[in-house]
Design a protein. Structure first.
Length: 366
């Protein structure tokens, strides 16, 4: 269950804005808080400062979800359901007690992941705290889980570091299950024992670990080919008209892009190139600035490539990030990385571009 202040905070993040809370003079035995968002003001009262703030936040949320100018990503019925658990004075109706953090559901994902790594002789999972955002009383933590042996990462979020760690471990276990990497491998897991048991037997030329790695690599290739990204660019490169337009726009693929960015830092030129390229692909590219800076205090910009053909799904085909001390440079970098990745995907699907790049590589080396 989310509090009114937490719900309001998520709406503000989705709309790239913030709220200003002001503690007003007490009237009798009640505390009073004012909440202002983009010029609109709501006031709330409660028996404590915290309850008064929740009261003001509840009224502001009720106003914003009816305002067509605001993006509401959460389910509105769920929002109303959570808000109805608080009275007009910010008190939780069900228990008439202060809100307590929701306990983490009993789960063994963290211990299961550790056990799995031990069984497969992998390095233990590493958990890194990436960021902390939100108001002091309503923090949201983001923690990354990294498996070195598989080069896999998963990010989790939560109201506490432990909850975020639990979420990251859960997502990592989901990834491993989807790739069938959570199962016991009787050959690989017991390879060391088999060597000890049959140490006096004749050695075979069949390299078991290499065969398993080759199998996994082939599975990875098949999985990549099945993704929407591969299917999309495979369709693009099979269209001779589109490829002709792309080659006119970007004559030498990666090398043209490298020279282009070396010669210009003009934002308009870079955005025009991205617009022309995505128009040829029948796609649209979107950029958005994250409300919070990175862990080292830099601006963060997100750039996404979205196909207009819904057969490739509604999720972005490509998502990249740009970070910089300067806001405009962060945006330029995100668009530049998006262009580079588009050209990369085109080049690995189109033999003529690969041959041109190989010839140029050979010329440069000579």
């Amino acid at each position: 269950m989310e509090t009114p202040a937490a719900i309001l905070n998520q709406i503000l993040i989705d709309n790239l804005t913030d709220a200003e809370y002001t503690l007003l003079p007490c009237k009798g035995k009640l505390f009073h808080y004012r909440c202002e968002v983009k010029g609109h003001i709501e006031e709330g009262s409660g028996q404590s400062k915290k309850k008064a703030k929740q009261s003001a936040a509840k009224k502001m949320v009720l106003h914003l979800i009816e305002n067509p100018k605001f993006i509401i990503t959460a389910n509105r019925d769920d929002i109303h359901s959570n808000l109805n658990r608080f009275d007009d004075f910010g008190t939780l109706i069900e228990s008439n007690k202060e809100i307590k953090p929701v306990p983490i559901q009993s789960s063994t994902d963290i211990s299961d992941l550790q056990t799995l790594c031990n069984r497969k002789r992998w390095d233990p999972p590493v958990y890194n705290e990436l960021e902390t955002r939100g108001l002091p009383h309503d923090r949201v933590f983001t923690i990354e889980c990294f498996l070195k042996n598989m080069d896999l990462t998963a990010q989790g979020t939560g109201k506490s570091k432990q909850a975020a760690k639990h979420d990251a471990a859960t997502k990592m276990m989901t990834i491993l299950k989807n790739e069938n990497l959570d199962k016991s491998d009787e050959i690989l897991d017991n390879y060391g024992k088999r060597n000890r048991i049959y140490q006096n037997t004749a050695k075979t030329t069949f390299d078991i670990p290499k065969a398993i790695n080759d199998f996994l690599n082939n599975c990875e290739k098949d999985r990549f080919k099945a993704t929407n990204v591969f299917k999309f660019f495979e369709k693009i490169t099979s269209n001779s008209d589109k490829m002709e337009m792309i080659k006119k726009l970007i004559p030498n693929g990666i090398y043209y892009i490298q020279d282009f960015f070396a010669e210009t830092a003009d934002f308009n030129n870079i955005e025009k190139l991205a617009k022309k390229l995505t128009d040829i692909l029948d796609c649209k590219f979107m950029t958005s600035c994250l409300p919070d800076k990175s862990a080292v205090g830099q601006f963060q910009y997100l750039a996404e490539l979205i196909a207009t053909d819904e057969s490739f799904g509604t999720s972005p085909l490509i998502t990249v990030w740009g970070v910089d001390d300067d806001l405009i440079n962060a945006r330029i970098k995100s668009i530049g990385y998006l262009i580079l990745l588009i050209v990369f995907y085109i080049s690995i699907n189109d033999k003529s571009i690969n041959n041109e790049n190989m010839e140029k590589n050979s010329t440069l080396s000579n």
